[in-house]
Design a protein around this ligand. Structure first.
Ligand code: FEO
Ligand code: CA
Ligand code: CA
Ligand code: CA
Length: 628
């Protein structure tokens, strides 16, 4: 393996599109704020009691302890740790064949393009379980692949052949796989007619305002309505009508130009597209990924993709009405009036939080296709006083030429209307028991120091209160009148992550963070049926310095009412914990363990000299009880 760790997506974007070192705004503002005092503006509004506290009016009684487990300590072991009385087992790993005519994963070669296309993809991320006609279907994003591991059998861990490149491509996309519980143990059902790999080569339909627009027309598709494939699918969503939403995140890092001096347009630069890719080399085997040959192809990525897991022959739909950005997940809510509301984060430093509201109304049996094709996209603006508003993105408000352009150049539109630059919005989760919504703001080392890629300033304040924010926070908002389509909302911070053993100021975290439950970089976020908020981390696992005592990445549960947070699970070395769903009987939790050993220091899950492999684990209670 290479000694040198490959750049992260963020680092890569920074390298190819460096931001100015200094912002124009006066960034040297001493905030001299106490841990309790710095949200004074928010607290003064009176609608919320305290950071980490309750969103219910003060005076209402807090719920009793709703945790069914004992908090666990941090860990730096190369294994999954869960509380006493719980059991974690591996269910499916990168490279496990979905059909019996495909070979088992080969640790020596890490397979071929052909074997990978017939196997579970790499780097499991967002996931959901669907129960259909007596079958349990698990749908999972395969976000990306670690090239050092994928090609680690080659001398310099580089692609040695076109097939190596194609193997990497086939490790991306989405896996649909039937699972079944036999004698208390879940396993995949090989050869199920529902099993499917959706890859960067799968035919898709472009829907919504951008369908057929000139910006969407390419060499291979002069209609601008039919594209191929999805990749870098990060978080996900599930619609009320039982389809899966795969969200395209760092789509830019796959494009390159044969001529490295080729200059991409400013519009593409805003999304981090450049003449250099991230090392996957896809342009080597597919001209679509050479931006000098097909400059519109990147306009066809960066969307939410709707997949019907119950029909393996269905054509996935790219939903341009939901905007184009580095989509994290897509949390949908049926509003009281029946309109569909989808909340979505753009995970890049200083980018925005979005909301889509459908024009149409959902009812069982209606044609659901138009619901996510026609509606209003808005960007969030947070005020320091604990209020906020959704600013609609239209040709009139943004100055963009058409609704199609709003769908394609969404970031530019959000900048034009003055959305609030955020600390990398990751997953959004809506509370099933209250009209309130949470979003992980994972971290932002540039906060207060550098503008975003569009030149928007990023002053510390509001829901992004700390400069050079290494730890992250979770913001929550409550729509005015409990109406998710309302223009206004109130907000507070559920938690400011931090390290109270190292810092005494705001970097020590909010009052619901302590030496026993501390973590950094909240990312995955999901409510269970009982209203507990599950928090998954994708952070620094050095266990040193600012992160001393925080151990490996982990999963915690938070009580939205009391603010209490407990650690439930710790992952193996150098992994991220991401993706969470439940069996239909809620007695098994499926948890994604992504990129163990990304820096070369894990052999999980098989141990010994085995290649580390992303995997989905099951977590059950020894007493067979419910897990949410
Ligand atoms: Fe793929 Fe924003 O995490
Ligand atoms: Ca994520
Ligand atoms: Ca992340
Ligand atoms: Ca990740």
């Amino acid at each position: 393996m290479n000694d040198e760790r490959p750049l992260s997506f963020d680092e890569f974007d920074e390298a190819v599109n460096p931001r100015p070192e200094e912002c124009e705004f006066d960034r040297v503002v001493e905030r001299a704020l106490s841990r309790r005092g710095f949200l004074g503006g928010v607290l003064a509004m009176g609608s919320f009691t305290a950071v980490g506290g309750s969103l219910v009016p003060s005076g209402a009684s807090a719920a009793s302890d709703r945790f069914s487990f004992e908090a666990i300590p941090t860990s730096t072991a190369d294994e999954v740790i869960v509380p006493p009385g719980y059991k974690a087992e591996v269910m499916v790993r990168w490279g496990d064949p979905l059909w019996s005519d495909a070979p088992e994963f080969d640790h020596a070669t890490r397979g071929t393009a052909a074997s990978q296309e017939r196997a579970f993809g790499d780097n499991t991320d967002g996931q959901d379980v669907f129960y259909h006609d007596g079958h349990t279907l698990l749908v999972v994003n395969n976000e990306y692949t670690n090239r050092d591991i994928l090609w680690g059998n080659n001398p310099d861990a580089k692609a040695a052949s076109d097939d190596d490149v194609a193997k990497g491509m086939m490790a991306h996309g989405v896996t649909v796989v039937e699972i079944a519980n036999t004698d208390g143990k879940w396993a995949i059902v090989k050869d199920s007619p529902y099993n499917r790999r959706v890859t960067p080569q799968t035919d898709m339909t472009i829907t919504g305002p951008a369908a057929g627009h000139d910006l969407m027309k390419t060499v291979t598709d002069p209609t601008g309505t039919a594209c191929k494939g999805t990749w870098n699918n990060c978080g996900n969503g599930m619609t009320p009508w039982g389809t899966y939403l795969a969200c395209e995140e760092n789509f830019n890092g796959y494009f390159s130009a044969a001529d490295e001096n080729h200059e991409v347009s400013p519009e593409l630069q805003r999304y981090g597209v450049s003449s250099k890719d991230w090392g996957y080399g896809w342009a080597r085997i597919d001209d679509r990924f050479d931006v000098s040959k097909d400059p519109n192809e990147p306009n066809r990525a960066g969307y939410v993709v709707e997949i019907d897991p119950t029909d393996p022959n269905s054509t996935p739909r790219k939903l341009t009405a939901l905007g184009r950005f580095k989509h994290e997940n897509a949390e949908s809510v049926v509003n009281n009036d029946g309109r569909i509301v989808v909340y979505m984060g753009d995970d890049e430093r200083g980018e925005f939080l979005y909301r889509f509201v459908s024009d149409g109304v959902y009812a069982p049996g209606v044609d659901t296709n138009p619901l996510l094709e026609n509606g209003t996209l808005s960007v969030a603006k947070f005020n320091d006083d604990g209020t906020g508003e959704w600013l609609d993105l239209t040709p009139e408000t943004t100055g963009l030429a058409s609704a199609a352009e709003v769908s394609v150049h969404t970031r530019q539109g959000a900048s034009a209307v003055g959305g609030t630059t955020m600390d990398r919005p990751e997953w959004v989760a809506a509370n099933p028991n209250a009209p309130e919504v949470y979003c992980c703001l994972t971290n932002n080392k540039n906060r207060g120091l550098k503008p975003n890629a569009g030149g928007d300033e990023t002053p510390a304040g509001g829901p992004n209160p700390r400069e050079a924010n290494n730890y992250g926070q979770i913001v929550r908002w409550r729509p005015d009148g409990g109406d998710h389509t309302a223009a206004g909302f109130g907000w507070d911070l559920y938690v400011l992550a931090g390290n109270p053993t190292v810092h005494q100021d705001t970097y020590g975290g909010s009052d619901n963070v302590n030496a026993e439950n501390m973590f950094n970089s909240p990312d995955g976020l999901k409510f269970d049926n009982h209203g507990l908020l599950w928090i998954q981390t994708d952070g620094k696992y050095s266990n040193e310095g600012d992160f001393e005592g925080q151990g490996n990445n982990q999963m915690l549960a938070g009580d939205p009412v009391t603010g209490e947070i407990r650690r439930f699970l710790v992952g193996p070395n150098e992994c991220e914990v991401t993706g969470l769903s439940w069996s239909p009987d809620r007695r098994t939790m499926f948890v994604g363990i992504q990129h163990p050993g990304e820096d070369g220091n894990s052999h999980w899950p098989e141990g010994g000299d085995a290649v580390p492999r992303s995997a989905i684990i099951t977590v059950t209670r020894d007493d067979g009880g419910l897990l949410g």
